[in-house]
Design a protein around this ligand. Structure first.
Ligand code: GUN
Length: 283
């Protein structure tokens, strides 16, 4: 069967070029550049890499990006105080607190303290609520990046049965809302689901985000299904792989995203888009 590997890196670069042009135009009109504030708590090595990628991309498109770093023992109120200051800073359009954060800090309190107009992660209950009620504002980056990628390739997903593997707040749950909005019939499966292959076999579109290398097997896939791999797993030899057993899956699918170079770059591109949108429309 003809198989197509969806190239997130290419689309992400095109999106960044378009954003750079819009920023340039703003500057020629005497307007300020969009500003992104990043907050990093602790020293998670993966978070360091992600943040670096986000900052490099910000520089590329002409955004101002600033990073605040805190030790893993920092108190929640110190983070919330900083967020309050950034909420009121007119040069900052987006505030991003890199996850995961230490367990003694309540993630929901952190996301609720970011003003919805600067919530470029789209995790504030107000923004999630708007997505849920079919009136999206700032949308969670990974799910919206996946939809953007499918749109770029003109892949029509309306009416497909989408099975989402993983029910996290960052990917699985907002992915479910995005796919519903795109006209899919959705099933979300998770760690307590019995007989996962039974559900996967019924899927026209599979989105997997569980952080478990080689989890999704070729024999579970309905021929011609679309497979979106959100997993990022680092092997002992330093290689990065997704959640899909690529070797056995590829011959069964119509489209598949690679890791690296699939969903990851789309997430960063959409974060930039969200920041520009927040700058133009909300701040
Ligand atoms: N960690 C992994 N993915 C994400 C994301 O989309 N946003 C934030 N803030 N942290 C993350």
């Amino acid at each position: 069967m003809f198989t197509k590997i969806l190239d997130g890196k290419k689309i992400s670069n095109e999106i960044k070029v378009a954003i750079k042009k819009k920023v340039h135009k703003r500057l020629t009109l005497g307007k300020r550049p969009p500003g992104l504030a990043v907050i990093l708590i602790g020293n998670n090595p993966a978070s360091e890499i992600y943040i670096k990628k986000k900052q490099i991309s910000c520089n590329m498109v002409g955004f101002v990006s600033k990073c605040w770093r805190f030790s893993k023992n920092v108190q929640e109120n110190k983070i919330i105080n900083l967020i309050n200051i950034l909420n009121n800073n007119p040069t900052i359009d987006g505030i991003l607190v890199q996850l995961p954060i230490p367990k003694h800090i309540n993630t929901n309190n952190i996301f609720k303290s970011i003003t919805p107009n600067k919530d470029v992660d789209g995790f504030h209950p107000y923004n999630i609520g708007c997505l849920c009620q079919k009136t999206p504002r700032l949308r969670p980056c990974t799910p919206w990046g996946i939809i953007t990628m499918l749109q770029y390739y003109n892949i029509n997903i309306r009416g497909l049965h989408a099975v989402i593997i993983g029910a996290s707040n960052i990917v699985g749950r907002p992915m479910n809302l995005e796919l519903l909005l795109s006209g899919c019939t959705t099933t979300v499966i998770h760690r307590f689901t019995k007989n996962i292959p039974y559900f996967v076999k019924q899927a026209d579109l599979i989105v997997i985000a569980i952080g478990h290398k080689n989890f999704l097997k070729g024999e579970w896939i309905k021929p011609g299904a679309i497979v979106i791999d959100v997993g990022i797993n680092r092997l002992k030899n330093g290689e990065i792989v997704g959640d899909v057993e690529f070797k056995s899956v590829i011959s069964h699918v119509s489209y598949i995203t690679p890791v690296p170079g699939g969903v990851g770059p789309m997430t960063v591109a959409v974060l930039l888009q969200n920041t520009l949108k927040a700058c133009i429309e909300y701040n």
